[in-house]
Write a protein that binds this ligand. Structure first.
Ligand code: HEC
Ligand code: HEC
Length: 369
């Protein structure tokens, strides 16, 4: 990305938003806290990038029966989906941890019903659990992009030996034998009733598409509420852009379909070639998909292998790769922006009181936060 100064960028955006006529009233720099700085009601806010609207809901979400979403929720929390009958999707995708699990690398079946950072077990996976916020808009999925749709992705944890290790066909038979599930499937799929693997995946996908994060302080600011971002957060946003972070973590989702090698420290004994494992091309070694920064404050530890615990350390690492000069103040302001301005976790998964299998739900010993 070509580098622009903050003022030039902000002015360009404002000029574009005002129909190309620069007006004397435009003071995109603001000068620190006095009344009238920032955008006026109805005026475009000062942004370091072109204003892009949050994407509209994908077609697959239109007219989805509520019953299908509710079924998806029960399946998402039901440990019946794993070989040990103790590991649910929610074991590794918890509301209190940004729809991830706060472990460096996720731990599969055989580790009891404990979920979240205190989960201990021998089936440690190679990768950090991904946040499920805004997966409705994401394709391809996974750190290496090896799944295209959520329906396809839903069967991957089941089929992965260290993860849930549950044959989907056998699972469908077991689910069908539970009368409550049989009737829930009939309500959820009126045109095509039946407890099939495809319907199971479809219900899980429908539920996950509800984890939408689009009402953060940044979004309020974009919508014209200039006071939604403090001076520090606004400054952090401009520095984020100046340092080129937005070329991969692109607003409004603060992610993209790009794959990059961010020279992340390797973990002893863990071999992970990332995108190369999918494409077979050696130039893709070590490349991973650019993850979202929305709600990233809650998904520590970071990177595909969880090798860095603190958000500010990750930001410093990313700044070092930019090869532009930066100060400790840049680290602080960008960390503030990323950690605070992009937070909206209202549409998170909600624990049901119980699941139709009657099995105990995953328990996070850190409790709800
Ligand atoms: C043992 C922990 C664990 C369990 C159980 C688990 N996941 Fe995951 N999930 C992960 C990890 C780790 C990743 C990243 C894996 C990768 O990229 O290779 C992931 C990635 C995902 C993604 C991709 C998100 C993205 O942004 O690309 C989705 C969707 C997902 N999981 C849904 C589910 C569903 C649905 C279930 C239950 C059927 C489930 N997960 C069960 C750990 C788990
Ligand atoms: C060339 C694309 C690119 C640029 C530029 C970039 N990033 Fe990243 N970022 C990535 C990729 C890819 C990952 C995941 C890397 C991995 O895990 O191996 C990542 C990971 C992160 C993470 C961790 C997210 C998580 O959930 O683990 C944060 C935070 C982050 N970047 C912030 C920044 C900041 C701040 C900047 C600007 C200084 C920046 N990035 C610039 C591509 C980029």
């Amino acid at each position: 990305m070509t580098k622009h100064t903050r003022a030039a960028l902000a002015l360009a955006v404002l000029v574009a938003a005002c129909g190309g006529t620069a007006s004397d009233d435009v003071h995109p720099e603001g000068s620190g806290g006095e009344a009238g700085s920032g955008a006026r009601p109805g005026e475009a806010p000062a942004l370091p990038w072109p204003l892009t609207e949050f994407p509209s809901l994908p077609d697959v979400m239109v007219d989805v029966p509520k019953a299908r979403i509710e079924l998806g929720r029960l399946l998402f929390f039901d440990p019946l989906l794993s070989v040990d009958r103790e590991t649910a999707c929610a074991t590794c995708h918890l509301p209190q941890w940004g729809m991830a699990d706060a472990l460096p690398r996720a731990i599969g079946h055989g580790a009891g019903i404990t979920a979240g950072p205190s989960r201990v077990g021998s089936n440690t996976l190679r990768r950090n659990s991904l946040s499920l916020y805004n997966v409705a808009f994401r394709a391809p999925l996974l750190w290496d992009g090896r799944a295209t749709t959520l329906e396809e992705q839903a069967l991957i944890p089941l089929n992965t030996e260290d993860e849930m290790n549950r044959d989907p066909g056998e699972l469908a038979t077991d689910v069908a034998s539970i009368p409550e599930y049989a009737s829930l499937f009939a309500d959820a799929f009126p045109q095509d009733p039946g407890v099939t693997v495809a319907n199971l995946a479809s219900a899980l996908a429908a539920y996950q598409r509800t984890f939408i994060s689009k009402n953060s302080a940044y979004d309020a600011y974009v919508d014209g509420s200039s006071s939604a971002l403090s001076e520090d957060l606004t400054e952090g946003m401009f520095r984020f852009a100046e340092m080129g972070c937005d070329s991969c973590h692109t607003p409004p989702l603060f992610e993209s379909n790009t794959f990059a090698n961010r020279v992340v420290a390797e973990i002893d004994g863990v071999l992970d070639y990332g995108l190369e494992e999918v494409t077979g091309r050696s130039e893709d070694r070590g490349k991973f998909r650019t993850p979202t920064l929305r709600n990233v404050n809650n998904t520590q530890p970071y990177f595909h292998n969880g090798s860095i615990l603190n958000l500010s350390e990750v930001v410093r690492h990313e700044l070092e790769l930019s090869e532009l000069p930066f100060t400790e103040e840049d680290v602080r302001l960008i960390t503030e922006f990323v950690g605070k301005a992009l937070r909206d976790d209202r549409n998170q998964a909600a624990f049901p009181a119980q699941v139709p299998s009657g099995l105990p739900l995953p328990v996070d010993l850190f409790g709800a936060r």
